[in-house]
Design a protein around this ligand. Structure first.
Ligand code: AP5
Ligand code: ZN
Length: 215
C-alpha cells in the first residue's frame, strides 16, 4: 500500500508518518528530511536548497523529483509520501514513477488544520536530532526535560525555518502551489480528508480507518 500525507506545514504529517512506520512497516519518504540531509552534507546542491528552505519557499521540482525517483527505484514494501508531491508537476511525475514500477497511490490523506493552530504547532515544535522523534512544548513534551523519550539523546533541536516569517511564506506556498492537489486527487477519487485538529491518537485512528478501507 502506498499513501500520500497531504497538508499544510505543521498539520502533523511527520508525526503520523512515524507511527505508520512502526505499526504497518511502511517506508517514510519525506522530501523535507531528504533536503535537510542534503543541506547538512554541505554539497553545492545542499547549499542552494538551504537558502530556499530557510525563506520558506519551495525547492525546484527538478531537485525534489530527482530525490524521490532514487528512493522509488530502490523499491520497498509500501511508501508513505510525506510532504511530496507539493505541486501539480510533482504529482504528475509521481504518477509516472509509480506506474514504471507497476505501483499506484492507494490513498491520499488530507490533514485539515486551520491556520491559527498551525502557528502554535510550528512555534512549539522540536525534534530529536538523533532519532527524529517529533515533540511539542505544550501538546507533546518529552517526559524528562531535555531528553528524547525514544532514544535518550539530549540533542533536541528546533528547525531554522520554524519562525513566524518563514511560516508565513510556507503557508502562502501551500495555498498557492500545493492546495490545488486537493482537487487533483479528489478528481481521481482517492482523497480522504481527516480532522487534523484532533488529538494525535484520534488522528491516528482516522488514518488507520482509511488505510484499512483501501488495503
Ligand atoms: P517539510 O519538512 O515537509 O515541512 P512542512 O511541510 O512545512 O511540514 P512540517 O514538517 O513543518 O509539519 P508536519 O505536517 O510534518 O507536522 P509535524 O508532525 O512535525 O518541508 C520543509 C521545507 O522543505 C519546505 O518549506 C520546502 O522548502 C522544502 N520542501 C520539502 N518538500 C518539498 C517538495 N516536495 N517540493 C519543494 N520543496 C520541498 O507536527 C508539527 C507540530 O505539531 C509538532 O510539534 C507535533 O508534536 C505537533 N502535533 C502534531 N500532530 C498534532 C496533533 N494532532 N495535536 C497537537 N499537536 C500535534
Ligand atoms: Zn530520539
Amino acid at each position: 500500500i502506498n499513501i500520500i500525507l497531504l497538508g499544510p506545514p505543521g498539520a502533523g504529517k511527520g508525526t503520523q508518518a512515524r507511527r505508520l512506520i512502526e505499526e504497518r512497516g511502511l517506508v517514510q519518504l519525506s522530501t523535507g528530511d531528504m533536503l535537510r540531509e542534503a543541506r547538512s552534507s554541505g554539497t553545492e546542491m545542499g547549499k542552494r536548497v538551504a537558502e530556499v528552505m530557510d525563506r520558506g519557499q519551495l525547492v525546484t521540482d527538478e531537485i525534489v523529483i530527482g530525490l524521490i525517483r532514487e528512493k522509488i527505484e530502490q523499491g520497498g514494501k509500501g511508501f508513505i509520501f510525506d510532504g511530496f508531491p507539493r505541486t501539480l508537476p510533482q504529482a504528475d511525475a509521481l504518477e509516472t514513477l509509480m506506474a514504471d514500477e507497476g505501483q499506484q497511490i492507494d490513498a491520499v490523506i488530507e490533514m485539515r488544520v486551520d491556520d491559527a493552530a498551525l502557528v502554535s504547532r510550528i512555534s512549539g515544535r522540536y525534534t530529536c536530532g538523533n532519532c527524529g522523534e517529533v515533540y511539542h512544548d505544550v501538546t507533546k513534551p518529552t517526559k524528562v526535560e531535555g531528553t528524547c523519550d525514544v532514544c535518550g539523546s539530549t540533542d533536541l533541536r528546533r528547525r531554522a525555518d520554524d519562525n513566524a516569517e518563514s511560516l508565513k511564506t510556507r503557508l502562502m506556498e501551500y495555498y498557492k502551489k500545493t492546495s490545488p492537489l486537493i482537487g487533483y486527487y479528489y478528481a481521481k477519487g482517492n482523497l480522504h480528508p481527516v480532522d487534523g485538529l484532533a488529538e494525535i491518537e484520534r488522528v491516528a485512528g482516522e488514518v488507520a480507518q482509511v488505510l484499512d478501507g483501501v488495503a
